[in-house]
Design a binder for this molecule. Structure first.
Ligand code: ITT
Length: 199
């Protein structure tokens, strides 16, 4: 069976990606499973630019169709911080309990809809013929007043989604995947790849 490489070293993302892409007629493997340990400089200014940088770098190393996800949390009151720096915010190795608490503290005194925020996910596909496809998904919410939920990863415990009355960290993984930025962007990419294959 043909394989698609997903250029990520984030296990939380990879678990979601495998669930969302279940049933896709090609096997999706992580960089680790493909035996690739590349350090890629994510120096783009947008989620799309970074996703393309990651996908192209691994496609050029392997010659395989490669997907990449660049994602993050945008908080409107903080001029869309941490944005493309979400993984690097306060340092890559700082525990998310500290990153999340710091963001909650920075919104001290900010109420209701002024706490608006969203997760954004750009997916890029780098194809061996040099073509690049991109998709984008978002999920809107507000920053909670405390961390809630034990599911997911990263900033999930602080993005409260009013429509569902809970944070994405309180959602069962299969429920989060149905409505998440990553679920939306990846299903759009799955459809684009199907169209591409049937050309
Ligand atoms: P790769 O580049 O190896 O894929 P990364 O974690 O460095 O892994 P990004 O540069 O795309 O990935 O940063 C994404 C960060 O945004 C991620 O580390 C989380 O902090 C945050 N994030 C993205 N999607 C999220 C989600 O679904 N739930 C919680 N936090 C999320």
């Amino acid at each position: 069976m043909d394989k698609i490489i997903f250029a990520t070293s984030n296990q939380g993302k990879m678990d979601e990606i495998k669930m969302i892409m279940e049933g896709f007629p090609m096997e999706i493997i992580s960089m680790k499973e493909a035996g690739i340990y590349a350090l890629i400089d994510e120096n783009g200014k947008t989620f799309e630019e970074n996703a393309i940088i990651k996908a192209k770098a691994v496609m050029e190393l392997t010659g395989c169709i490669t997907l990449a996800d660049d994602s993050g949390l945008e908080i409107d009151y903080l001029d869309k911080e941490p944005g493309v720096y979400s993984a690097r915010y306060l340092g890559e190795d700082t525990p998310y309990s500290i990153k999340n608490k710091t963001l909650i503290d920075r919104l001290n005194g900010v109420e209701g809809s002024d706490r608006s925020a969203r997760f954004v996910c750009a997916i890029a596909a780098a194809l061996p013929n040099g073509e690049v496809l991109t998709t984008r998904g978002t999920i809107e919410g507000i920053i909670g007043y405390e961390e809630k939920g034990k599911f997911g990863f990263g900033y999930d415990p602080i993005l409260y989604v009013p429509e569902y009355g809970m944070t994405t960290g309180e959602m069962l993984p299969e429920d989060k995947n149905k409505i998440s930025h990553r679920g939306i962007a990846l299903r759009m990419m799955r459809d684009k790849l199907f169209d591409y294959n049937s050309k």
